[in-house]
Design a protein. Sequence first.
Length: 227
Amino acid sequence: MATNSKVTQWESVLQIIIFCVGFLFAISYYVILPEPINLQSASNGLLSYLTAMLTVAFAVGVINLTRIHFRNVKLRRTDWKFSLILLLSLYSMITLSMVSSPFAVDPQGVVIPISIIHAAAPFWSFLYYNVLVSIDTTVFALLAFFVASAAYRAFKIRTIESTILLVIGLFVIIGQAPISNTIWPGFSAILNWIMTVPNTAGQRGILIGSAVGILAFSVRRMLRYTW
């Protein structure tokens, strides 16, 4: 039975603002109004504020991460050494990225001396290309084997549907491998068709279903009902 949820006045105002902004982004893709009203320009302008809010949220995450791991180091909790390594890596990468990287705050050396920028460049390149990229590649490689083994256990040949999923998964895995064309040139053609037609159709269906679900949930929250 549906019951009215206790929502304060400020929460109601916030929900109305969130719903209106989300509705504006949704309708701007489908409705074109005559001048001087331009929904597309308004939605593009709001994206700048979204970027600013995401930046603030990222900064809050860094502060929270620092607070938690600094307390671990200070109190010498279990595995506090890993917290220390995380903090050193985090702030070293932030500092080097601000000084010498494609995202440097002063690439022309107006405030920061050029000698410091040139001295920091090799350290940033080493941490990014030799450490971070290598770690990302290793993690994704391990995840690939884990996902393959999990898919094999989940899609054992018991029904027609599981058989289809298992065969398609094998074609995708083999087609992505560099040796696929050496084994059989047809793997690339089959992979491209799977990724372009069934995969795209499935993703669009999932996205449409998710969008409808989010819209229904937003309307329900706006009407202040709970299930």
